[in-house]
Write a protein that binds this ligand. Sequence first.
Ligand SMILES: CC(C)(COP(=O)(O)OP(=O)(O)OC[C@H]1O[C@@H](n2cnc3c(N)ncnc32)[C@H](O)[C@@H]1OP(=O)(O)O)[C@@H](O)C(=O)NCCC(=O)NCCS
Length: 204
Amino acid sequence: MFEICPEAPEDESEVEALYDLCFAPGRTALSSYRLRDGVARVADLCLVLRDQGGILLAAIRFWPVRIGDERALLLGPIAVHPTAQGEGLGAILMRDSLERARHLRWSRVLLVGDLPYYQRFGFHKLESVIMPPPTNPDRVLGLELRPGAWVDLTGPVLREDAQTAAGLAETATHSHMEPECTQVAQSGKHADESQSADGSSADQ
Ligand SMILES: CC(C)(COP(=O)(O)OP(=O)(O)OC[C@H]1O[C@@H](n2cnc3c(N)ncnc32)[C@H](O)[C@@H]1OP(=O)(O)O)[C@@H](O)C(=O)NCCC(=O)NCCS
């Protein structure tokens, strides 16, 4: 049994340690981090996955960004502990967080990553959406949570202003639109997610 919950302040150092373990040193020097500096995360979508013993096995975070006047979610980092990779936990965390994002009425998601992994969740290459340099344009990927949300949307990805981001974080914290935690019945690529404690289905 695994449990997926929104990241709490007391999770922060463990999540940072997991990211340090899974990514190359200097990860925060990546250009995508310039879009995150000083901007509040989207709290309800930053999730931690723990096993029955409370061991942190995976984490995902999201930030708000802008393309022109339109808002988007920047997905990442996502990481699964090296001892648990390839068992489907990354996919569970992707699907759970994207479902929560849909319920919270976000329209579109953006990430910088490997298309061969992310296309299974519906991501495709964004042709004219430009991440801060130096970013390989082939790795700029998008997903529509609302049909057509990426159509005709072009231009540079911009940092959300701190005040708006803080408002988004505040709204999310008090929305109560999604169950706080999701129980995952079993490990493996075909794991079923059980009903959450409040009875809402967290199925994909
Ligand atoms: C990438 C990551 C989040 C995937 O999570 P996971 O739980 O290991 O992956 P899953 O079990 O959900 O999926 C496994 C499948 O994804 C594939 N996969 C994993 N990483 C991949 C990558 N970077 N590119 C292409 N395919 C990848 C595996 O080959 C496997 O394929 P299969 O289903 O055909 O056997 C995890 O491996 C990880 O934390 N890696 C290190 C940090 C990282 O690279 N994060 C992503 C930044 S873009």
